[in-house]
Design a protein. Sequence first.
Length: 70
Amino acid sequence: MTYIRHEKAPSPMGCRWCGIVQRDHGWGWTPGAKLHNWAMPTKKQLNARLRIHLERLRNERNGNPPPRSW
């Protein structure tokens, strides 16, 4: 099952739980992970985030506006 937690796709190397990049993270809280420190995204998350990131770059280069979900 896929859960969408972000209005904008998180950085490919954003936290596994909240999507915030490591250098800006500190301690965070989410319903699933509760209070947490930055955690490496899973391979599945990383692949999905990279796919979205590359698609956004391709669209921008072709002059297409990004979808509203980005």
